[in-house]
Design a protein. Structure first.
Length: 604
């Protein structure tokens, strides 16, 4: 039985195909169209999924959509009527999209796929909960889903057991942890539904001086983690912005203009809302533990991508084990909708062992053989060297140890927002210059942004205080004290001055608060990447490297060899590895472009 899951028309449209409960393929539409967070109907992602399985739409038994459009439209109409006549401009802007596309999804699916079979619609948080529990290793667990908003729900929790999920309670719009965080994202000058991770990365540069103000003025937070937002300060219900003049007065002036200088105020706001978010997540988790009695927890929804809060939750010891969906946002809703149909609607049995998840490392996207890669290289007259795998990893490990920056394109593309060693840019974590160099000359982005380490899973406890596996780069942990350098430097300096100090013997991945968002690498799920880091460890006695996504600022992660080569050509990467082929930048003639948008910081 084939089931196609689809998410579309909000942000991060995606498609997923499962066969008899096994995930065959999954990908975001943005990777094909090159439009970041593409919200349009995922025609390309669907085509990839069908081609991967070598089937057509005629072979599909079900198509499942990740939310219920009419229920969502009902909520939108209700909200506008509640705030009328305020919000007329916003209403007039939103309605055409609904009348043209969002209310006719069933017809669009039939037309786009030439499909006449059954189409099912899950509720949004059912899709999130399904993506959290059904691929997890657990036979029985609690789940907690947190995001901006689905139809009405913004947060839900319940119990998953075998082939069934049961939502026990939820919070409703406009009271939303995701929208609270997005409001601060907007106010600090970053793009909503895209820049929240920038806000999280900025938080350690500030102090949580607005924490009490947020809890006093913006949110009425209860002990169980439930809350009410004071809508006097927000305009997202019926306006064209997230916050209003009252919010600006409360925090000392208007929102920062995008691309303008980041001030201490923005850093302190980021620190404050991050602390509030962590407090809410912990209170919610305690309540979920109390109400469900479960000792295992699954997470999904956009807020589950807040890896700092996730790390604090793991550290709390509330649950014996926590599993987080790697495509936790709306893209993962496509997967959840398909799995909900297979397990709960069709009542198929579910196999689990409480150890291994069903995500296959999240390597579920397009892959390219060496034959296909060679054809691309020769057709474009690109000079290359070809090696067997053993020699290749030896050469690349040596180049990384020599502080060269590597574009690493291998196997199936990752599903979800993180690069996990298939579409990655790699560097030497020991280099004190690497973070700034990679930010400004490779990624063309703000210099304050931290980088993540990929570490051999068998060496986690040697470097990090959180000794648990983190295969999907969704946990932040503190560096071990014996790895720290200048541990008092953070206390002595403020803001971006914190960047001036080396903080550990792996400075390129150590954030200013001595933390890192780690990815643990397994020889089971990504043997070639594990082999590369192992070889680097042999050379340097360091079992981790820098891993950042293979893209530049404002663009999606690369999907094809063509995407990878263009990104390589237009940045200061030194080498590109496509499968078992190595391309040396010195052998390539081409112009290196400058960023299309201004940066706040220059390279010394």
């Amino acid at each position: 039985m084939y089931i196609l899951g689809i998410s579309a028309y909000y942000h991060d449209s995606a498609a997923c195909l499962i066969k008899d409960g096994i995930i065959i393929a999954a990908a975001q539409e943005e990777r094909f169209t090159r439009i970041k967070h593409d919200h349009n109907f995922p025609e390309n992602a669907i085509s990839f999924c069908l081609e991967k399985a070598n089937i057509t739409s005629d072979d599909l038994n079900y198509v499942s959509f990740y939310d219920k459009p009419f229920l969502k439209f009902e909520r939108i109409l209700h909200t506008y009527l509640q705030f009328s006549p305020i919000g007329l401009r916003s209403f007039l802007k939103a309605v055409p999209m609904w009348l043209k596309k969002k209310m006719w999804i069933k017809e669009h699916i039939k037309e786009k796929l030439d499909y006449n079979g059954e189409i099912l619609f899950c509720e949004h948080h059912q899709s999130h909960a399904s993506s959290a529990f059904f691929p997890s290793p657990f036979q029985k667990a609690a789940f907690l889903t947190m995001d901006g908003v689905g139809e009405y729900a913004t947060t839900s929790f319940g119990i998953g057991q075998d082939n069934n999920i049961h939502i026990m309670a939820d919070l409703h719009f406009p009271d939303s942890l995701g929208l609270l965080y997005s409001a601060f994202t907007y106010f600090t000058g970053f793009k909503v539904n895209s820049g929240e991770y920038k806000l999280m990365g900025l938080a350690p540069y500030g102090e949580p001086i607005y924490y009490d103000i947020i809890l006093d003025k913006l949110i009425d937070l209860k002990d169980d983690g439930s809350f009410k937002l004071n809508m006097k300060y927000f305009s997202y219900c019926a306006g064209l912005t997230m916050t209003n003049k009252n919010f600006a007065r409360l925090f000392g002036g208007p929102a920062r203009k995008p691309e303008s200088k980041i001030t201490q105020r923005e850093m302190d706001l980021a620190s404050s809302v991050q602390k509030v978010t962590e407090e809410i997540v912990l209170r919610m988790a305690k309540h979920v533990k109390k109400k469900t009695g479960m000792n295992k927890l699954c997470l999904a929804g956009g807020v589950a991508l807040n890896c700092v809060a996730n790390g604090k939750l793991v550290e709390s010891g509330l649950f014996d084990d926590i599993w987080i969906q790697p495509a936790a946002g709306d893209a993962g809703g496509a997967l959840g909708a398909a799995l909900f149909t297979w397990y709960q609607f069709k009542e198929n049995s579910r196999i689990h062992d409480d150890i291994h998840d069903k995500m296959q490392g999240s390597y579920l996207g397009p892959d390219f053989s060496d034959k296909e890669i060679k054809q691309f290289l020769t057709q474009n007259n690109i000079t290359f060297e070809h090696y067997d795998e053993e020699k290749l990893v030896e050469i690349i490990a040596g180049l990384i140890a020599d502080e060269k920056i590597i574009g690493w394109f291998q196997g199936a593309m990752e599903f979800g927002p993180r690069a996990l060693g298939s579409r990655s840019i790699l560097g030497d974590a020991r280099s004190p210059k690497m973070q700034k160099k990679m930010n400004l000359k490779i990624k063309f982005r703000e210099s304050f942004r931290p980088f993540a380490p990929s570490i051999l899973e068998e060496h986690i406890s040697e470097y990090f205080q959180l000794d648990v596996k983190s295969p999907y780069m969704l946990l932040v942990s503190q560096i071990k004290s014996e790895r720290m350098i200048n541990p008092k430097s953070t206390d002595q300096h403020k803001g971006l001055d914190k960047l001036k100090f080396v903080r550990s013997n792996v400075p390129a991945i150590t954030h200013v608060d001595f933390s890192a968002r780690l990815q643990s690498v397994s020889k089971t799920t990504n043997p070639k990447y594990h082999k590369l880091i192992s070889k680097f460890n042999e050379i340097t006695n360091c079992p981790l490297i820098v891993n950042t996504s293979f893209n530049v600022r404002g663009e999606p992660i690369v999907c094809t060899p063509d995407d990878a080569f263009n990104c390589f050509l237009n940045t200061h990467m030194d080498y590109l590895v496509l499968g078992n082929f190595i391309i040396d930048k010195n052998n390539i003639k081409g112009e290196i472009k400058t960023p299309t948008q201004p940066l706040n910081f220059e390279l010394d």
